[in-house]
Ligand binder design. Sequence first.
Ligand SMILES: Cc1ncc(C[n+]2csc(CCOP(=O)(O)OP(=O)(O)O)c2C)c(N)n1
Length: 349
Amino acid sequence: MNFIETKSRKKQTAVTDLEKSKLTSKDAERLYYFMVLTREFENSILKLYRQGKIVGGAYTGNGNEATSVGSCYALGKNDYLFPMHRDIGAHFVKGQTPLQLYLQHLARGSGLTRGRDGTGHYADPELRIFGNISHLGSMIPVANGVALASKSRKENAVVLTYIGDGGSNVGDFHEALAMASVMKLPLILVIENNQFAYSTPVSKQYACDKLSDRAIGYGIPGVTIDGTDVLKVYIETKKAVERARAGNGPSIIESVTMRMHGHSAHDDASYVPKEMLEVWKKRDPVEQFDKKLFQWEMLTDELKENIYNEINRELSKAAEEAVNEPYPHGAEVTEGVFAKPWLCQFNHT
Ligand SMILES: Cc1ncc(C[n+]2csc(CCOP(=O)(O)OP(=O)(O)O)c2C)c(N)n1
């Protein structure tokens, strides 16, 4: 992953944003790598979907890359991640490989859910990744539970989870935050405000100015940030992580961006005004960071081409390997799905 030979190229102008983030040029390389990897991986998932190879739905986080990558980059190895359906970038940052994610999305027997689920509902306990739970909002109380357990065990770990603008209106969101705030749980909740919940625009979802204002009701910090700027997302998440780790409780970060694709691959998003997409296209998270790296002379055309080629080679190899893996065996279909019968027997005497 040593794509950007920054030593000779790094210029003093690279300071500003990067210095503010206290990240190194090596970190900048990694952030760029993860955003490009996410974009290219999801593009390839859409291709596989159109070829009829994806069993379930195909969701992308196109427009959300800076949010998922920048926020998860603020986590340490022992921290917990509860990602949502737009957060493939966070999966990669936390350590999952393209092969694992292809196997999962292609519902192969060797995938994380052993072919029981073809889309986003998979955990990776070794990496401390849990979720995602399909029912919007329901994952936050579970993240609370893990935060409480971790706090009780004095692990000094934090829990990062996400919710969409739509999901933030569900009862569980409020109940979980009430609990997390009074118990000072080490929870960071990123609200990915990407302007639509399926076909419902934000104007029909809430009447407040900013979703981060909801934090006031729980007596916790809440900020609204430009969710297309990976360094800004990182900086605010890092602050929330440090706050949670110091025992000062949860925070809300509203990361404002745009869902550039339909809800999932079957949705052409014809209800989204074209002009709106044009405006947001100019703020594309990957291209924005790309431009900064060019400005800072950390990226050249040649280097960029190499990065894309290298990533696409890695992805093609992993996709081919995954496509050639078998589906789960029919005889094992109930394994890991139903509780063992003897665990369900109650003694009523
Ligand atoms: C409680 C609940 N209601 C409805 C759904 C169906 N559903 C899944 S994703 C989604 C849209 C969610 O929008 P938002 O929370 O804004 O996230 P986005 O998909 O825009 O990133 C809906 C309605 C669900 N999974 N759970």
